[in-house]
Design a protein around this ligand. Structure first.
Ligand SMILES: [Zn+2]
Length: 458
């Protein structure tokens, strides 16, 4: 069957007849060769529970196949294991401390009139002429946060029981309906799934997809910080994996729809997560801390095949802050200098080396405040230095000790000292950054109740 005229071409023809905005200014420059961009973030998805990252269970056949035909990153780290700050890092290429957003439940305002005009990726893309749409699945990224900036359409859970969150299939239904409406190309589509987040309670038949087995016990033996005698450990591993398989089937539906509409081959598709999840390590479930099971996320970028970038695997350390700069550079997006200067991350495919360490931070209690219970870390390919204002400093060698069992502070004092100096400098610099966003505590009883129901506040 001959391929129909691409809608981006029709859009370009149409826009060429609309030379001026109503205010008489020049219209946006829409380059006909800009591809549509789809970003899927799967909340709370730790990388090592996916087949493509070596997991022993078949939790992710769709994601594994996508990884095989993408630019695939094996060592990607978030900036904070907390939903709103991590997503803001993704969309602004800045870290939470300098943005001043270090927990969930804040409303974010851009600064007006100041030197800083930190913008979200959707705002940049809309100025380039992209049609922008987001479909999110849970409270921490609903529009009250300000994450809706730059989106023509921002769809979120609205009513009834599902107001604080919704299942992947409900989000997907609205996404597929939107795709049926033939949005003008190029479009920027963000789909946020929330299913692997606690409580781990996958729908049938995914609730029984995985059960205790000798293989699971063998796997748990490779996780020395987990107490295998703790009954919740086996149950939560089975249910968490069921949630992943469930969301994998929803992603399959979404990719199929893009293929049926003959959009898939020419678009850029990013799949990642905002953070991982503790599954019993050090006696804890959940996220918000700075251990690697909560920091390592899946990351893959499928480019149009004609660009010749797919099928590569990158093992060096990358950060969520590198995603947007990489897209901007590889797609040659014509952004203003101010936007380009905003990026703290780098194009990981360029010869310019990224900082060998990613700055991470525990979720905090207040904006730009840190004190007795705060934790920061520099995560590198080999060394990870953690600065815990209450429990003291920790240096681990991730190459030989990926589960962070052994503190090597006394064995390598010079490494620890250098990294601590660097970390403290970064804290000071980021705390006074001009790139901050104005933030406001959310006081809406309704929003607070949703956050409480999701376990974010007591
Ligand atoms: Zn999250």
């Amino acid at each position: 069957m001959p391929r129909p005229i691409p809608r981006w071409l029709l859009a370009a023809i149409l826009l060429s007849t609309l030379a001026c905005r109503p205010d008489g200014g020049a219209g946006p420059t829409i380059r006909a060769d800009y591809p549509s961009i789809v970003v899927i973030t799967i909340d709370t998805l730790r990388a090592d529970h996916l087949g493509c990252y070596g997991y022993f269970r078949d939790t992710s056949p769709t994601i594994d196949a996508l990884a095989a035909e993408s630019l695939f990153f094996t060592n990607a780290v978030t900036t904070m294991a907390t939903t709103l700050p991590a997503h803001l890092s993704l969309w602004t290429s800045r870290i939470p401390l300098e943005l001043g957003v270090t927990k969930n439940g804040w409303k974010v305002f851009k600064r007006d009139g100041g030197e800083s005009q930190t913008r979200l990726f959707a705002e940049m893309l809309r100025d380039l002429g992209y049609t922008t749409a987001a479909f999110v699945s849970a409270n921490p990224v609903k529009s009250y946060t300000g994450l809706d900036a730059g989106f023509d359409l921002y769809d979120q859970p609205l009513s009834g029981e599902g107001k604080k969150k919704r299942r992947g299939e409900l989000t997907n239904q609205v996404v597929l309906k939107w795709l049926d409406s033939q949005p003008l190309e190029p479009f920027f589509l963000w789909v946020h799934f929330f299913d692997p987040h606690r409580p781990y309670a996958p729908p049938k038949p995914f609730d029984t997809a995985f059960a205790d087995s000798p293989e699971l016990q063998d796997f748990l033996k490779t996780r020395p910080t987990i107490d295998r005698e703790w009954p919740a450990v086996v149950n939560f591993h089975n249910k968490y994996d069921g949630e992943i398989l469930y969301v994998d089937t929803e992603i399959k539906k979404l990719l199929q729809a893009l293929k049926e509409k003959q959009l898939y081959d020419d678009l850029v598709l990013v799949l990642t997560s905002d953070h991982g999840e503790g599954l019993g390590e050090r006696g804890r479930f959940g996220h918000g801390e700075i251990h690697n099971e909560q920091l390592l996320v899946p990351l893959m970028i499928k480019y149009p095949s004609k660009m010749g970038l797919n099928g590569q695997r990158i093992d060096s350390l990358v950060s969520l802050t590198d995603v947007v700069p990489t897209l901007v550079a590889t797609l040659d997006l014509d952004l203003p200098t101010d936007d380009l200067e905003q990026f703290g991350g780098v194009n990981v495919l360029s010869s310019r080396a990224r900082d060998p360490y990613v700055f991470v931070q525990r979720s905090t209690a207040g904006a730009r405040s840190w004190g007795d219970a705060d934790k920061f870390a520099l995560v590198g390919d080999k060394w990870k230095f953690s600065y815990d204002t209450r429990l003291g400093d920790v240096l681990v060698d991730l190459e030989t000790d990926p589960h962070e069992m052994q503190n090597l502070i006394t064995e390598h004092p010079e490494v620890a000292e250098e990294l601590k100096d660097r970390l403290l400098e970064m804290i000071a610099e980021y705390s006074s950054s001009e790139r901050g966003l104005e933030v406001l505590e959310v006081t809406s009883p309704e929003v607070l109740e949703e956050l409480r129901a999701l376990g974010y506040i007591q």
